[in-house]
Design a protein around this ligand. Sequence first.
Ligand SMILES: Cc1cc2nc3c(=O)[nH]c(=O)nc-3n(C[C@H](O)[C@H](O)[C@H](O)COP(=O)(O)OP(=O)(O)OC[C@H]3O[C@@H](n4cnc5c(N)ncnc54)[C@H](O)[C@@H]3O)c2cc1C
Length: 363
Amino acid sequence: MMPLLSIAEIYALIDEFDPVRYGKTRNYQNGGVSKLSAYFSRGVISTRQVYERLRERGFSLYEMEAFLMELCWRDHSQRVWQHHDPQLEARAAQHYIHNDQQLPTAILEANTGIQAIDDALRELRATGYMHNHLRMYLAALVCNHYGAHWRTAAKWFFGQLCDADAASNHLSWQWVCGANAPKVYYANQDNINKYTGSSQKGSPLDTSYEALPALRIAATWQTPNYLFEPNPTNPALIDTTLPTHIYTPYHLDPKWRNTTTANNILFWDLQHWDDYPFSEAVFNWINDLAKVQIPNIQLVVGTWGDLQSRLNLQDTFTKEHPLTAAYGVNVDQRAWLWPLSEEKPGSFFNYWKKVQKHLRREN
Ligand SMILES: Cc1cc2nc3c(=O)[nH]c(=O)nc-3n(C[C@H](O)[C@H](O)[C@H](O)COP(=O)(O)OP(=O)(O)OC[C@H]3O[C@@H](n4cnc5c(N)ncnc54)[C@H](O)[C@@H]3O)c2cc1C
């Protein structure tokens, strides 16, 4: 699994990160990517914090541009997801679907015959991480050539990532298969070889770009196994004379309200489990990360109905996240690269242009 870093260690990682090298190499599997996504997705750090730290080191907006654009993709996806409408999503068309319930056995067993993808699937299992370009290759193979439904694949993939995040994940799967984008994303073996350093020939993707849209790969199919579901835990010991801070798998910010003594609860809402299940390994990793970040944190697995009956909601606090919007407690806002309006954003590039204008003004 990804390393269980303290906030000081995460800052050290940011301080070693080179945004200029990132701009030149990010698409290569061995390029200078930040590996910060798990700490963003778990809410330990924000895009704004990382930007400010890089600015303090003297990087210009120009030098940071490629990296800031990626941070902005993250913020844009989060804003889109705040307006997420499952009804609209259900109607989004996918270019090619062969089986809308299951996944190819070759994917689940890391045996697709495309070495770079099989290696990345094994790495995913071992570390909870996959490089962005490999995620794109994987999604293209799964949806556009095997013909799995993006939703089945996105749910399975989400559960194995330390950086699992519904916005970035589900929107990316939709983007690759053309369900929320005008084009379908394809990559052939030559492209995979170039960016992963492999030199494979004769794989199922060893063909021309012209041939890719019609390339269908036959498979045996299997229902992905979501058998792990955490057991409800005993109610936390709650001191009713203190406020309660609700942390979640999406909000583990160690700097948040950290000068107040409070009941610190990491709440796993079982009502989210059907749509957003984690593997046991990632569930355990998140619990361990929470213990590193937040003093005296108590883990509670259950339903919000059960937990809220034991809380004074007026003295209970959390941080904004779409999955916890209905809790009816005090909500603090998340930090953004630049906050902009809370309306549903238009295209990424319009969003980026606006953020860029504000960042230029403050530099
Ligand atoms: C099919 C698919 C599924 C994905 N699922 C997730 C997910 O569940 N959680 C997640 O955090 N990211 C997801 N991504 C986006 C991206 O792959 C990861 O954020 C990135 O690979 C994480 O590695 P890094 O921190 O080294 O990224 P870097 O390249 O160093 O990028 C820096 C940060 O920018 C943001 N970022 C980079 N690329 C993207 C992107 N395409 N969309 C949104 N934000 C981005 C991330 O927060 C990342 O940490 C997915 C992409 C694809 C194609």
